[in-house]
Design a protein. Structure first.
Length: 304
C-alpha cells in the first residue's frame, strides 16, 4: 500500500529525466485538517505558517513537493491556478483561494542546475494526479535526490521518492517521502542502506562542505483528528527521519513534515502517530530501493 490507500488522496508527478528535477503534488479530499512542522535549518517553504495551531484556515487543497531549491516554489502557482479553475479553494467574497503549502529540496548539484520546476510543471503534476499506487524512485520531487552527501560528493548515493501505508485499528496511515538527505540512510531496524562509519571524515576539524539537501514528508490518515493531535503525528514522523537518516535536521537540510486528517474514522492519536513512524520509515527504504543510478551517482543496491 502507498499513501493513496487513504481514501480521497491522489498523487501526481512531473519528472524531468534530463535536467534531473521534478514536482510531486498530493491532492487532499475536502474537508481535511492539516498541520506541519519544519525542523531542518535550511528550509524553502510556502504557506507553512498557516499550519500552526490557532490559525484560521485548517484545510489545505494540495501539498506540493518540488526540486529546484527555492526556485521550485513557483510550481505551486500552477497548482493554485488548476485548483481555482476546478473550483477548489477557501471561499472569499471575490472567489475561491486555493491553499497550497509547498516545500522544496536542493537538487541543483545533480543534472542541470538551471532546470527548475515552474507553474507549468506544477500544473502538469496536478493534472497527472491519480489514486493509483504511487510511482516511486526517480520520479517527481525525488528525481534529482541524493543521500549521504556529508561524506563528500564521491560518497553520494541516489535518493528518490517513496511511499508506504499501514493500518492503525480501523484507520489507514500513509506516508510519502522525497528522500534527499545529507546523512546516511538506514532501515527502521537499523540496517545500513548507504554504509560507512558512524562519524565520517566530513566531521574532521576542516570538513568538506556537505551538499545542501532536504527530506520532505507528507503523512495522511482517514482518522479524524484536530490540528493539535496532528502535531504529534508530525513529531513521530520527524522521529522516523532521525532514525533512518543520520544525521537529519542539520544546518544543510530543510527537513519538513506535513500531516493531514482526511476522514472521519475513529483513531487513537498515539496509535496513529506510531503508525506514521512506521510508514515514514518504510517510505524512506522504498524510495532508496526503487531509485536508479543517474549522472554517475550509484543507487544504494549498486554502491555497496
Amino acid at each position: 500500500m502507498t499513501i493513496t490507500a487513504v481514501a480521497g488522496v491522489r498523487v501526481g508527478h512531473w519528472t524531468d529525466p534530463v535536467g534531473l528535477t521534478g514536482v510531486t503534488v498530493v491532492l487532499l479530499p475536502e474537508p481535511n485538517v492539516t498541520a506541519g512542522e519544519v525542523r531542518g535549518a535550511a528550509p524553502g517553504t510556502r504557506e507553512t505558517a498557516l499550519l500552526a495551531p490557532g490559525m484560521k484556515v485548517e484545510a489545505v487543497h494540495a501539498i506540493v513537493l518540488c526540486g529546484g531549491s527555492a526556485f521550485g516554489l513557483a510550481a505551486a502557482d500552477g497548482v493554485m491556478a488548476e485548483l481555482e479553475r476546478d473550483g477548489h479553494g477557501f471561499p472569499t467574497a471575490a472567489g475561491v483561494v486555493p491553499i497550497v503549502p509547498a516545500a522544496v529540496l536542493y537538487d541543483l548539484a545533480v543534472g542541470d542546475p538551471h532546470a527548475r520546476p515552474g507553474p507549468a510543471e506544477g500544473a502538469a503534476a496536478y493534472r497527472a494526479a491519480t489514486s493509483a499506487p504511487v510511482e516511486m524512485g526517480n520520479v517527481g520531487a525525488g528525481t534529482g535526490a541524493t543521500v549521504a552527501g556529508w561524506r563528500g560528493p564521491q560518497a553520494r548515493r541516489k535518493g528518490g521518492l517513496g511511499s508506504a501505508a499501514v493500518r492503525a485499528g480501523e484507520a489507514t496511515v500513509g506516508a510519502l517521502v522525497a528522500v534527499n538527505a545529507v546523512g546516511d540512510a538506514f532501515t527502521l531496524e537499523g540496517l545500513p542502506l548507504t554504509g560507512g562509519e558512524l562519524v565520517p571524515p566530513a566531521f574532521a576539524p576542516v570538513p568538506p562542505r556537505p551538499l545542501e539537501s532536504t527530506t520532505l514528508v507528507v503523512v495522511a490518515t482517514d482518522a479524524a483528528f484536530d490540528r493539535a493531535a496532528l502535531t504529534r503525528v508530525c513529531v513521530r514522523a520527524h522521529d522516523a527521519l532521525a532514525v533512518c537518516l543520520r544525521p537529519s535536521h542539520t544546518r544543510y537540510d530543510g527537513d519538513a513534515v506535513f500531516a493531514a486528517s482526511c476522514g472521519r474514522l475513529p483513531g487513537d492519536p498515539d496509535v496513529v502517530a506510531e503508525a506514521a513512524f512506521v510508514a515514514v520509515g518504510r517510505s524512506i527504504e522504498a524510495a532508496l530501493r526503487a531509485a536508479r543510478p543517474v549522472a554517475g551517482i550509484p543507487a544504494v543496491e549498486d554502491g555497496r
